[in-house]
Design a protein around this ligand. Sequence first.
Ligand SMILES: Cc1cc2nc3c(=O)[nH]c(=O)nc-3n(C[C@H](O)[C@H](O)[C@H](O)COP(=O)(O)OP(=O)(O)OC[C@H]3O[C@@H](n4cnc5c(N)ncnc54)[C@H](O)[C@@H]3O)c2cc1C
Ligand SMILES: *[C@@H]1O[C@H](CO)[C@@H](O)[C@H](O)[C@H]1NC(C)=O
Ligand SMILES: *[C@@H]1O[C@H](CO)[C@@H](O)[C@H](O)[C@H]1NC(C)=O
Ligand SMILES: *[C@@H]1O[C@H](CO)[C@@H](O)[C@H](O)[C@H]1NC(C)=O
Length: 491
Amino acid sequence: MLFHSLIFVLSSTLVFSANLRDSLDIAGITAVFPGDLKYANASSTFNLRFDYKPAVVTYPQTPEDISEILKISSALNLKAAARSGSHSYIANGVGGKDGAVVIDMQNFNKITVQASTGTALIESGNRLGDIALALSENGRAIPHGNCPYIGFGGHAAYGGIGFTSRMWGLTLDTIKSIDMVLANGTILTVSNERNSDLFWGIRGSGGSFGITTSFKVQTFPEPPSTTVFDYIWTLDVDSISKGINALEAYAQTDIPPEINPWVAFSRGPYRATVVFQVTGVWYGPEGKLNETIAPFLKNMPDAPQVTLTPGSYINSLELLAGGSLDVHTKPDGHDTFYAKSLMTPEDSPLSLEARTAFAHYLANEGFESIMDWAVGIELWGGKNSAVNAIPLDATSFAHRSSTLTIQFYASSPNKLPPFPDEGFAFLDNMVDSIVSNGPKGWDYGTYTNYIDDRLSDWQNRYYGAHYPRLQNLKVKYDPLDVFAFPTVVEE
Ligand SMILES: Cc1cc2nc3c(=O)[nH]c(=O)nc-3n(C[C@H](O)[C@H](O)[C@H](O)COP(=O)(O)OP(=O)(O)OC[C@H]3O[C@@H](n4cnc5c(N)ncnc54)[C@H](O)[C@@H]3O)c2cc1C
Ligand SMILES: *[C@@H]1O[C@H](CO)[C@@H](O)[C@H](O)[C@H]1NC(C)=O
Ligand SMILES: *[C@@H]1O[C@H](CO)[C@@H](O)[C@H](O)[C@H]1NC(C)=O
Ligand SMILES: *[C@@H]1O[C@H](CO)[C@@H](O)[C@H](O)[C@H]1NC(C)=O
């Protein structure tokens, strides 16, 4: 009996993988299978905490190829996932589990700018560094994050925040129309005029409904000048708490959208201290940074270490990227990490108790921890923020009234696997120092691009009030759940 069923399982697996191989071969699609020399590299992702084994990694050249791959996946009852930059925090670019058909978008790498309208066509497999350089050649820009290796497909599907966002919004706010492929292989264009329900859903929850191949976006003229600013303090618990309060208070004054101070916390030189670094870019008139940021600095301790770097827009991006936007000469790095996020509602800022407990945690548990950690506070809102000027229901992105997004990030000590178990508790307790000292039932959000595989109430935290509407779209556009990864919209 046992012997027979073993033979059966074995032979059906063989038939099955032969089917997949033959079908892709007949369709003329380049593919890398388990056992191939290139498989280890082809299936690796940015976060080495995960080592999933895809059924195959495919490299389509056209939307028609993607259509074929999706039809083959459905016919064999396999899950499929697009991978653009492979920067998902939880390896969702390879499906977030074993056995997926990975659709690598690297051949979708065209960028064209139409000077007369200021629109650009950006294919999904492009990295942010290439996009910034190509747009800048035309004197144009869009809002996006700082790491040049991030792929456009994932970044634009879920948000896209950077220092220009208070001025220009999220990456997804620039999208006018999208070319994409549905789970059943249908190729279509979505916009406010065509398939507007899907256009709404893709902008905030992209990966759940289809594979995007190209985006038409509205670009902005590059700011004529920029100043990257950097103020560094070493602070004790009381001053850390006051510093966070100073940022929240500053955000409520009539600050211009061209200012965007973000805080980075790191381990202090002594127990009970933290390094508190405020970094951002000033896009307003040259020479006006000091007076613009003075109301914040006056509530901070004296004598930070200051670095102000004036330059062109592209210089500011290069500096923030660590020197260069070129993603081709140096291969992308890796990390082994866990991350969480928390978005504070405008009408319910961090309490004194929450700030103090959090500051105490960073300065003490943070000092002791073996983890290589970094915590950041991003200013998404505040007065005059373009992110929050977009009506909540205009896109499926669920958080249009947050002031701060806090990101909690911990890497293994040498950035290589294995990820120590205590790293999870370290971050869980860090977030808890804030949440358990917040109001009861505090309605904070979490950011879908800082995706967390261990978040229990993720439907509400990620998608908020939009979740039921997204579930209806899932029924309509992916009834067979071809796209099924952790935190996917579920029917
Ligand atoms: C070092 C680092 C720095 C970061 N900095 C920032 C930052 O400053 N601001 C910010 O907003 N975010 C930032 N992020 C988060 C980043 O925006 C997300 O991880 C983003 O989803 C990555 O997109 P990707 O295409 O590189 O990833 P992938 O792993 O390829 O994809 C991520 C998800 O999107 C889906 N997807 C990818 N391409 C497509 C497509 N063509 N069609 C449909 N679905 C697709 C994937 O299936 C997967 O679910 C950072 C991430 C890292 C690792
Ligand atoms: C590994 O894959 C990346 C893209 O996913 C590619 O750029 C790189 O050349 C590959 N490296 C090797 C050694 O094949
Ligand atoms: C702005 O302030 C910095 C200190 O924060 C100072 O070094 C610099 O000279 C000032 N710039 C101007 C133009 O006043
Ligand atoms: C694919 O799905 C779309 C959206 O539900 C539908 O309009 C279309 O008819 C389907 N195509 C096929 C071939 O089933």
